[in-house]
Design a protein around this ligand. Structure first.
Ligand code: HEM
Length: 261
C-alpha cells in the first residue's frame, strides 16, 4: 500500500475532506458546510490565543498578553471576512436546502459558547444549560475565571483600585458592570503615558471586543439578507433575537468610561 504524502498524513487532510456531507443536491449546500467548518475552527484558534492571553496575565506578563490578543484579533478579522463568502449565496439558493438543517443552528455551537464564556459573557441561562447537558469544554471553561476577570485581577495586583466585589466571585458567575472599574479605566486613559502598559492592554482588549461585535453585526445582516423576517432553525424569531444580542458588549466598562473622558 502506498503511503500518503506527509502533508496529508501530518494534518489528516484526507479525514478533513471527508467531513462535508451535503444532504441535498442544492448548489449552495457544500459551501455552506465548508464555511461553517472554517468558522468553527477559527472560533477555536481565537479561543486558543485568548486562553494564552489569560495565562500571561496570571503571570503578570502584560506584553505577552497583548501579543496573544493581537494574534486573536487578526484571526477575528478573517472570521468577519468569511461572511463575504457566505453572501455569494442568494436567498433562493439558501431556501433550496434550508429544510435539511432541521433544527440545527449556530446557537448550538459549543465552540462559540466556550469563546463567549472565556471572554466573560456567562448569562445564567447559558451557564445552567452548560451544566445540564452542555459539552464538557463548557464546564471546563466555567470552572476558570474569564479573561476579563484575569484582567481585573492583574490591574488590582498592579495597584489599581479594582473593587474587591469584582475580584471575589465564583468564576461561573459573570462580571456585572461596575462604577469602580469604570473609574480605573478613566484614570488610565486620562494619563496614558503614565499608565502605558495598562493603556496598551486596554486597547488590545477593546479591539477583541470590537471585532466580536463586528462579527455579530455582520451575522445579523447576513441573516436579514437570507431570511428576512423568518424564524431561526434554533427556535428564535431570527433577526429580532440577534438584534438584541448585538447590544451586548464584552468588557463593558471599557466602552462606558469614554462618555466621561
Ligand atoms: C445562511 C447563513 C446563516 C443564517 C441564515 C443564520 C441564522 C441564524 C439565526 C436565525 C440565529 C438565531 C438562533 C436561531 O437559529 O433561531 C443564528 C444564531 C447563531 N449563528 Fe447563524 N446563521 C447563518 C450562518 C452561520 C454560520 C456560518 C455560523 C458559524 C459557524 C453561525 C453561527 C451562529 C451562532 C454562533 C449563533 C448564536 C449566537 C448567540 O448565541 O449569540 N451562523 N444564526
Amino acid at each position: 500500500m502506498t503511503r500518503a504524502p506527509e502533508y496529508v498524513s501530518y494534518a489528516q487532510m484526507d479525514k478533513l475532506h471527508e467531513l462535508q456531507k451535503p444532504r441535498s443536491e442544492a448548489r449552495g449546500e457544500l459551501n455552506f458546510i465548508l464555511l461553517s467548518h472554517v468558522k468553527e475552527l477559527l472560533f477555536r484558534a481565537i479561543a486558543d490565543d485568548l486562553d494564552h492571553a489569560r495565562a500571561a496575565l496570571d503571570e503578570d506578563d502584560a506584553a505577552g498578553a497583548c501579543l496573544a490578543l493581537s494574534r486573536a484579533t487578526r484571526t477575528q478579522r478573517v472570521l468577519v471576512a468569511c461572511w463575504e463568502a457566505m453572501n455569494g449565496m442568494s436567498a433562493d439558493e439558501f431556501a433550496e436546502f434550508r429544510h435539511v438543517l432541521n433544527d440545527a443552528s449556530g446557537v448550538q455551537s459549543f465552540a462559540y459558547r466556550a469563546l463567549e464564556f472565556l471572554l466573560g459573557n456567562r448569562p445564567r441561562n447559558q451557564v445552567e444549560a452548560a451544566h445540564d447537558n452542555g459539552h464538557p469544554l463548557l464546564r471546563r471553561e466555567l470552572a476558570k475565571p474569564s479573561l476579563y476577570d484575569a484582567v481585573l485581577a492583574y490591574l488590582a495586583r498592579q495597584g489599581y483600585p479594582v473593587p474587591t466585589a469584582c475580584l471575589d466571585r465564583a468564576p461561573a458567575r459573570q462580571h456585572e458592570p461596575n462604577e469602580g472599574v469604570e473609574e480605573v479605566w478613566l484614570e488610565i486613559y486620562r494619563d496614558p503615558a503614565k499608565h502605558h502598559t495598562a493603556h496598551r492592554l486596554a486597547e488590545a482588549l477593546l479591539e477583541v471586543a470590537y471585532q466580536f461585535s463586528h462579527w455579530r453585526a455582520t451575522h445579523l445582516l447576513v441573516v436579514e439578507r437570507m431570511l428576512g423576517g423568518k424564524n431561526g432553525t434554533g427556535g428564535t424569531d431570527g433577526a429580532p433575537w440577534l438584534r438584541a444580542i448585538n447590544e451586548h458588549r464584552f468588557f463593558p466598562e471599557l466602552w462606558t468610561f469614554r462618555t466621561r473622558l
